[in-house]
Ligand binder design. Structure first.
Ligand code: LMR
Length: 333
């Protein structure tokens, strides 16, 4: 009997020197798929540092980078089941949460620059999208930036015709699926942790991603040609299981929100430079050739990908497209 009582107590509390009882910390597992040395990786570690400091150790953040706990789709399932408490997936991976509206952010050449992206996510677009998560039992805490996508293969990708027949790894979004198809390529969804090997063995011919992800995953070592196209944008939403989050003691949750706000500012302030530095390192490695589009080439890509906008309505709905058109002052189709 005593054994059972003690076992019950040790699950929730432990005895500190002097005999006083201390609560065992609340553990938050934060899983993600990229390297520590990326904007998201650094953001997760910053959040850990601040959250543990502000809660005086009452909360312990366990960060699992590099798909060490779960791969792309599994981590979303794990969050819904409560096996992991915090994630920061790319918004291109939100369809399994029942929120495919997030894929509108993958429309090609949607954001003309980082400042436009930043304003959109802090404003109505970001807020409207987070509302879509609520009925799914998921709470959106913050948007974390990465940057613009490059695209690569073992041949220079300069004109739409260069994509013809090539297999491209995509991360999950049907919008990306669509724009690669418009270019004549064959897209294929694959978990992030499997991309390097798939490129190396020729399971796929190419991929898209940001410089920081290329560098840390060594994609540039298995792709002869990279086009710094900036054709789409990669961003994350930090999400938690609402039941878990709302069940936290309010004072603790407040400290965690403060830590998240600061970690978000930090992450978003380093993303551009992290990617510029990564691009520099890729260039210096000499392992691949970087290409930049001329204005005419960019226009040809934009024209080829344009039908994605009309197609998107059936996938993400008219409402988010209308909001984006208004907020970003662009024509949707
Ligand atoms: C990808 O799968 O390419 C990205 O979502 C990886 C990431 O999280 O940056």
């Amino acid at each position: 009997m005593l054994k059972y009582i003690l076992a019950g107590i040790t699950a929730a509390a432990f005895i500190v020197p002097g005999g006083a009882m201390a609560q065992s910390p609340i553990v938050i597992k934060f899983s993600h798929v990229v390297a520590n040395d990326t904007p998201k990786g650094k953001g997760a570690l910053k959040f850990k540092e601040l959250a543990e400091k502000y809660t005086n150790g009452k909360v312990k953040i366990e960060v699992y980078p590099n798909s060490s706990l779960y791969k792309d789709k599994e981590e979303i399932e794990a969050l819904q089941l409560g096996s992991v408490q915090m994630l920061a997936p790319s918004t291109a991976k939100f369809a399994p949460l029942g929120a495919k509206e997030f894929e509108a952010l993958d429309l090609p050449w949607l954001f003309k620059d980082e400042a436009t992206y930043d304003k959109a996510m802090k404003g109505k677009i970001g807020k409207w999208l987070f509302k879509k998560l609520e009925p799914k039992g998921i709470t959106g805490l913050a948007y974390w930036d990465n940057g613009f996508h490059m695209v690569s293969a073992n041949r220079p990708l300069l004109n739409p015709a260069d994509f013809q027949g090539l297999k491209f790894r995509i991360s999950g979004s049907k919008i990306a699926d669509r724009y690669f198809r418009e270019l004549g390529a064959i897209p294929q969804i694959m978990a992030f942790s499997e991309v390097y090997q798939a490129l190396q063995t020729g399971v796929v011919d190419g991929c898209e991603n940001t410089p920081s992800n290329y560098l840390t995953q060594k994609f540039h070592e298995v792709q002869k040609d990279i086009t710094v196209s900036n054709h789409a944008h990669l961003q994350y939403a930090v999400i938690v299981n609402s039941k878990f989050w709302n069940g936290l003691p309010p004072d603790i949750r407040k400290e965690l929100e403060k830590a998240m706000d600061e970690a978000t500012d930090y992450t978003n302030s380093i993303a551009v430079k992290e990617n510029a530095d990564a691009l520099d390192a890729i260039k210096k490695s000499g392992k691949t050739t970087l290409h930049y589009l001329t204005d005419d080439q960019r226009k040809a890509w934009q024209k080829a990908m344009q039908p994605t906008y009309a197609w998107a309505k059936g996938r993400v709905g008219q409402e988010i497209l209308d909001i984006m058109a208004k907020e970003l002052d662009i024509k949707m189709n």
